[in-house]
Ligand binder design. Sequence first.
Ligand SMILES: Nc1ncnc2c1ncn2[C@@H]1O[C@H](COP(=O)(O)OP(=O)(O)OP(=O)(O)O)[C@@H](O)[C@H]1O
Length: 193
Amino acid sequence: MILFAAEDASLHYAGSPNPTFRNVTLRIKARENLRLCGPSGAGKTSLMRLIAGLEAPTSGKITAHACRIGYCFSEPRLLANLSVLENLLFVAPGFEAEAEDLLRCVEMEAFRDNPARNLSKGQAQRIALLRALIVRPDIVLLDEALGGLDLPAWQHSRELVIERRATYPFALVEISHDPTRLVAPHGRTITLT
Ligand SMILES: Nc1ncnc2c1ncn2[C@@H]1O[C@H](COP(=O)(O)OP(=O)(O)OP(=O)(O)O)[C@@H](O)[C@H]1O
């Protein structure tokens, strides 16, 4: 099953001298692993935003785009004045029990009622990961999302993604400058230049 398909898609930001990427043809199948590679500024985040529907191609077309996305940005982007639990329930109303289970998986149950603004960057990144997973996505997008975590926190987070996929399968698209910090290191690679 194809979850996302772009044909000859190019993206040219208004005011930029050149397109960010040109003529990208890409299909994402259910459950597959994909890594976006390329030097800084090559357009990896922009392509991820296209997959998420946050950008539209300036030429070419998106031919399949009917799925639920869990997006973990490179910054956590939590709602600062809401508690940790409220941040999760904001995207998944009524899922209290599941939110609490997920918090236990990343050893953050004690932070449930803390305002998100009081979290460290690594704690906030873990909550942002839970927010992406709790919506039962068809595609999870990780944009350097776990890069700042120390090794034990990263391992916990990686295990959580793997376990969660076994129950609620999803395709995984990752951007990581560090190949040792990929959740799925043997996935297909798309290289932007
Ligand atoms: N909203 C925007 N408006 C204009 N230009 C943008 C916008 N977002 C990104 N760009 C430009 O598009 C190009 C690609 O940026 P993008 O963040 O997609 O690259 P990247 O490969 O993810 O880079 P990095 O590895 O450094 O994160 C850059 O030249 C950037 O300045």
